[in-house]
Design a protein around this ligand. Structure first.
Ligand code: ASP
Ligand code: MG
Length: 461
């Protein structure tokens, strides 16, 4: 079971976490928990890493002091006994003291660019702080909670900032370090998002990576199910912050959930689905505040799933157009390596359309590249005169429709296109997974496109 930053960041969320664990502990023989850093903490730590690299001591110290106040205030309000509380405070202080040391070392060797390996080392602490708080809370309530650092368990390549786990090595680590704890009746509270390379260097699994941690631990421990507890009722027909009448989707196939996550639904890390699909481990997405609701179940595609549009999502993209035709591969390669240098994430999906006299290419900006990725990429591109010459570059919106059997039942896509009457489309592409179609529109049309497609979902649903 994975609990996100909004659940562990507040006392109300933590008391929900506790009651869920107490309840599920009675129903399951073994439970593994994954917790991510308190909401906003990873952003603050990335900022601290940046400041350390610029040798701005005052800046990173202020961030560390704010983090200390926030974590201590949180545990102050938790129902912990005085021994548990003092031990926890000492533990947190030691982690924060080490963090200051790391920032100082970085500051002494400062340079201008934020290197992802430096950020990775610094962001690790956010997850460690949170895991210790949750483990202490469990112990206070007679559960045998122990905080475990995923750096001992999840072994990755060295793509800092967005690493890929080596499932075979990770499985071995889980067998030696985690399963024995389960056999002793312990509930491991594992840090989300963080990992280490084969040589022991700190790495991270990309933003929102705690979901991926849960999936990798689930696969490596042959879990019966993986549950992601979040602050919405499940995977929804649209982002409820953008569409008021968005509804929960009761069941989705792995492919559909993966497309939904990839194309912008920030609830799940896009890469978490693949390992679960390989082992047919069901995934449940549920609301920590309404645990009586079933949420969304993600599992193998069933023949009984009727063809339908199930969800619409949108994600930022960088659109580049020019009034000539020619090979796009060199441009795609340069933009990809720029994004990888800036954020550790690759572009993954590009959507292109070309005619005799024009070319258009859109780079989808993955959510795990972090919130500033599009802006950083645009700045870098503008600085590269060779590359930007002749290209008109602007942010665009990639609106993706996810549905069952979209690849064969063409009336589904036809209805979507009819609903978008009057909205200029920059490009259109059906995914090879046959369960999604993406449309690229100017940012100003994004909201209208989403609303119209969502109305279609409600009408057919
Ligand atoms: N704390 C990490 C982040 O903010 C991982 C997560 O939240 O899942 O990206
Ligand atoms: Mg998340």
């Amino acid at each position: 079971m994975k609990f996100g930053g909004t659940s562990v960041g507040m006392t109300t969320g933590l008391s929900q976490v506790l009651s869920i664990v107490l309840y599920e502990h009675e129903r399951w023989t073994n439970l593994i928990l994954v917790v991510s850093a308190l909401e906003g903490v990873t952003d603050a730590l990335i900022e601290a890493a940046h400041l350390a690299q610029l040798n701005n001591q005052r800046g990173y110290r202020r961030i560390v002091a704010t983090l200390r106040t926030r974590h201590l205030a949180l545990i102050e309000h938790l129902p912990l006994g005085s021994t548990e509380k003092t031990a926890l405070q000492t533990d947190l202080d030691r982690l924060l003291y080490d963090l200051l040391g790391t920032c100082q070392t970085v500051a002494e060797h400062h340079d201008d660019a934020l290197r992802p390996e430096v950020a990775d080392k610094i962001v690790h602490v956010g997850e460690r702080l949170a895991a210790r708080i949750v483990a202490a809370l469990l112990r206070q309530n007679n559960l045998r909670g122990v905080a475990i650092d995923a750096t001992d368990l999840i072994i990755t390549n060295n793509a800092y900032g967005n690493a890929i786990p080596d499932l075979a090595l990770t499985r071995e680590r889980i067998a030696t370090h985690l399963l024995p704890l389960l056999q002793r009746g312990i509930i491991p509270v594992v840090t989300g998002y963080i990992s280490s390379s084969v040589t022991g260097k700190p790495t991270t699994l990309g933003r929102g990576g705690s979901d991926y941690t849960a999936s990798v631990l689930g696969v490596g421990s042959d879990a019966r199910e993986v549950w992601v507890w979040t602050d919405v009722d499940g995977l929804m027909t649209a982002d409820p912050r953008e569409i008021d009448d968005a509804r929960v989707i009761p069941t989705l196939s792995y492919d559909e959930a993966a497309e939904l996550a990839y194309f912008g639904a920030r609830i799940l890390h896009p890469r978490m689905i693949h390992p679960l699909r390989e082992q047919s481990i069901p995934l449940r997405v549920r609301n920590v505040y309404t645990p009586q609701q079933p949420g969304t179940l993600v599992r193998d595609k069933l023949a009984s799933m009727l063809p339908a549009i199930r969800a619409v999502t949108s994600i930022q993209g960088l659109g580049m157009s020019t009034s000539h035709n020619g090979p796009l591969a060199p441009l795609a390669q340069t933009v990809d390596s720029m994004l990888a240098d800036l954020t550790g994430s690759h572009t993954d999906v590009t959507i292109t359309s070309q005619s005799s006299s024009h070319s258009f290419i859109c780079f989808v900006i993955p959510t795990m590249a972090g919130p500033d990725a599009l802006h950083s990429l645009q700045v870098a591109l503008n600085q590269d005169e060779d590359l930007s010459a002749g290209w008109n570059t602007r942010p665009v919106q990639v609106v993706t429709v996810i549905g069952t059997r979209l690849g064969e039942i063409h009336t589904l896509t036809a209805n979507v296109l009819l609903a978008l009457e009057g909205i200029p489309l920059l490009a259109l592409s059906q995914a090879p997974s046959h369960c999604s179609v993406s449309l690229v529109v100017e940012t100003q049309y994004g909201e209208t496109a989403l609303t119209r497609i969502h109305n279609l979902i409600l009408k057919n649903g």
